[in-house]
Design a protein around this ligand. Structure first.
Ligand SMILES: Cc1cc2nc3c(=O)[nH]c(=O)nc-3n(C[C@H](O)[C@H](O)[C@H](O)COP(=O)(O)OP(=O)(O)OC[C@H]3O[C@@H](n4cnc5c(N)ncnc54)[C@H](O)[C@@H]3O)c2cc1C
Length: 382
């Protein structure tokens, strides 16, 4: 009981203590989009606030405890301040979670110390195009050949979890590895590869890792582990939380804009505000329940399918919610409200682009499959 109370208190303080940092991040979001240094200062602030280490043993959101609801709330708040910061921060948390789940105790100590003592920022780069990653045996070590696309945070990420194919005597399949980004020169980053509609500040460039020599001690677990369920699909609730933060920012800016223009007495505008807020609250409810379910089911055998189905539903429901909120907001504020220096101009671009995540159609089909296989309509205890 005491432990639960202490954890609750530390989580409450966590968000309260972050308010000023998040305000600062939000205030800089428009300028940071064009900053040649990317989001360097934002991550220095987050490092100073202790947020980079927040999931390590003994910290407020220690992965060894059921903290997913608080984690989703935190991700939503960071996304609300700046979606690109949210994207990179989510990648850092995802990497540390993979390390928590699958790395050896020695590896964990090494990489956790990097975060604690040196403020290392981590990222997961799994997406690739035709010229993807292979690990080639090179005497006692391995050499990487190929590139990754969508490497969010390149330039500020210190250690990247890079996946790729391996085919040696004792390892075959999709291998996780940790790459020291200080050994990858700037000339390996394709500067023409990131010209997106939004999320420019995430600087998710294509990186060529060819020639990087990696020791087997930097491989995490055997090949294939990356795709272990329910963790692989279940993790989608984290990016959904960041997305919802963007939608929350849209809702707040919309109401502020209407107030500024003295348009909140108009019944049609009020109807739209009601729709926006009802959508937003349903998104928060999805997240809250998804967090509770994750905490309850992620370490319980036999609950994997339920967890994945609920995570899939959460992810695509929040996608729909974000799109509907943007649609209503769009009509509320009109063209003038969608022009810089109003923040909505950028947030719309960022959220529209960031909502495009892997396999949205297949995710919906998997939800249908789950219910079709049940003997009677399954209610998730709701
Ligand atoms: C801002 C941002 C940052 C990112 N950062 C990272 C990162 O740090 N690390 C990382 O690993 N990845 C990252 N990604 C990549 C991300 O994980 C996805 O891989 C990517 O967003 C999916 O891109 P897409 O919409 O072009 O996918 P597509 O797979 O091309 O999907 C587009 C549409 O086509 C449909 N479709 C897919 N396959 C088929 C098919 N065979 N036939 C017909 N239709 C099909 C889909 O259902 C969807 O409707 C990032 C993405 C974004 C947007």
């Amino acid at each position: 009981m005491i432990e639960i109370e202490q954890q609750y208190t530390s989580k409450t303080y966590l968000l309260e203590g972050l308010r000023e940092t998040l305000k600062e991040i939000e205030a800089h979001a428009a300028a940071s989009e064009h900053d040649p240094e990317g989001l360097k200062k934002e991550f220095q602030w987050l490092k100073k606030s202790g947020l980079l280490a927040v999931v390590l043993p003994g910290e407020p959101l220690d992965f060894n405890f059921p903290n997913m609801t608080a984690m989703l709330e935190l991700l939503k708040e960071v996304g609300k301040a700046n979606l690109s910061v949210g994207r990179i921060f989510e990648g850092h948390i995802n990497t540390l979670y993979l390390i928590h789940l699958y790395a050896s105790p020695e590896q964990r100590t090494k990489w956790y110390d990097g975060v604690r003592d040196h403020g290392h920022l981590f990222g997961v780069w799994n997406t690739q195009a035709q010229n993807g990653i292979v690990f080639l045996k090179n005497e006692e070590q391995f050499q990487i050949q190929g590139s990754k696309t969508f490497c969010s945070g390149v330039g500020i990420v210190d250690r990247a979890l890079v996946t790729g194919n391996i085919d040696s005597e004792d390892r075959k399949g999709w291998q996780m590895s940790i790459v020291d980004m200080s050994k990858i020169g700037i000339d390996r980053v394709d500067q023409d590869s990131w010209k997106p509609l939004g999320m420019k500040a995430s600087r998710s460039y294509t990186v060529d890792f060819s020639g990087y020599v990696i020791d087997a001690s930097d491989f995490i677990s055997p090949p294939g582990t990356y795709l272990t369920q329910p963790y692989f699909s279940g993790g989608a609730i984290r990016f959904a939380a960041v997305h919802l933060g963007g939608a929350e920012a849209v809702a707040e800016h919309t109401i502020t804009y209407l107030k500024e223009l003295g348009r909140t007495e108009d019944p049609i505008q009020r109807m739209r505000i009601a729709k926006i807020m009802m959508q937003l609250v349903s998104g928060r409810l999805w997240l809250e329940k998804a967090g509770h379910n994750y905490d309850e089911w992620s370490n319980t055998s036999g609950e994997s399918e339920k967890l994945i189905a609920f995570a899939n539903m959460t992810r695509v429901s929040i996608e729909d919610i974000c799109l509907q909120i943007m649609d209503e907001s769009n009509k509320c504020v009109g063209a003038r409200g969608l022009m810089a220096p109003y923040q909505l101009e950028r947030i719309f671009r960022d959220l529209t682009f960031y909502l495009r995540q892997p396999a949205p159609d297949a995710t919906r089909l998997n939800v249908a499959d789950f219910f079709i296989k049940q003997k009677k309509t399954y209610g998730f205890g709701i």
